[in-house]
Write a protein that binds this ligand. Structure first.
Ligand code: ADP
Length: 260
């Protein structure tokens, strides 16, 4: 059944899910998945909300590794997948369904139907917020997700670098075009604080995402520094908001989650 285009946005609600927010970036590699994961966990642990995390990055799913989930979901009697919970967040990812190192070599229509199954074919239960880690870019897959879900808003992740911001602006404009409100910009890898002298270095430029948000009339939700603990958290499957809950970096994620 093809949902796209044939339903009004108000008819696209996911039963039991209050708000669905997309975490998007124009470019890959800017930390979209890392931000989605840490925000989802911060929303669950720090803001005490019922949170789901949908990894819609079908070609490069990161959630299984970042959330340390290494099994397939169980199925309900009415053939819905049961999301797998870790760190207080109910997760669903294409990565749960395929072998770890297997390439996903699908053509567009298969990706679209997988995305629809991963949203509507899942028993999410009651959620305050479903965080969707979107595929990078502004192509078919992104449009399918925006057309199949009643998104409450989109959050745009970018580094401060001009080349990343160019694509981030494109991403923001795509959402605006299809009537999805932009919740705001999050700047990732804002600066690197030297562990020896404490001096910040603005490796990718200073304040780029804040300025881009301001120039487009969007909110700025927070800045996340480049930090080894964030990278370690992703690789080890323990998000930094769990492994170092009282650190400055966790506070940055917590504040950003509050702003969302
Ligand atoms: P994307 O989803 O945009 O492709 P990822 O979230 O997968 O990007 O991040 C790319 C890489 O950068 C990952 O290895 C991740 O661990 C690392 N990374 C992301 N954000 C940070 C950060 N703030 N500090 C350190 N490493 C980061």
């Amino acid at each position: 059944r093809n949902y796209s285009g044939t339903f009004k946005r108000s008819q696209l609600r996911l039963e039991g899910v209050k708000d669905v927010i997309a975490v998007a970036s124009g470019k890959g590699g800017v930390g979209k998945s890392t931000t989605a994961v840490n925000l989802a966990v911060a929303l669950a642990i720090k803001c005490q909300l019922k949170v789901g995390l949908l990894d819609a990055d079908v070609y490069g799913p990161s959630v299984p590794m970042m959330m340390k989930i290494d099994r397939k979901p169980d199925i309900t009697e009415d053939k819905k997948m049961i999301p797998i919970e870790n760190y207080g967040v109910k997760c669903m990812s294409m990565g749960f369904l395929v072998e770890k190192d297997a390439p996903i070599v699908w053509r567009g229509p298969m990706v679209m139907s997988a995305l629809v199954k991963m949203t509507r074919g899942v028993d999410w239960g009651n959620l305050d917020i479903l965080v969707v880690d979107m595929p990078p870019g502004t192509g078919d897959a992104q449009l399918t997700m925006t057309q199949n879900l009643q998104l409450s808003g989109a959050l745009i992740v970018s580094t401060p670098q001009d080349i990343a911001l160019l694509d981030a602006r494109r991403g923001a404009n795509m959402f605006s075009k299809v009537g999805v409100p932009i919740l705001g910009f999050v700047e990732n890898m804002s600066f690197f604080k030297c562990p020896h002298c404490g001096e910040p270095s603005f490796i990718f430029g200073k304040g780029g995402a804040r300025n881009a948000a301001a120039s487009m009339g969007h909110n700025f939700l927070g800045e996340i520094p480049l930090e080894v603990d964030v990278r370690k958290g992703s690789d080890e499957g323990i998000p930094v908001v769990i492994s170092a809950p009282d650190s400055a970096i966790s506070k940055a994620y917590g504040d950003t989650a509050q702003n969302v």
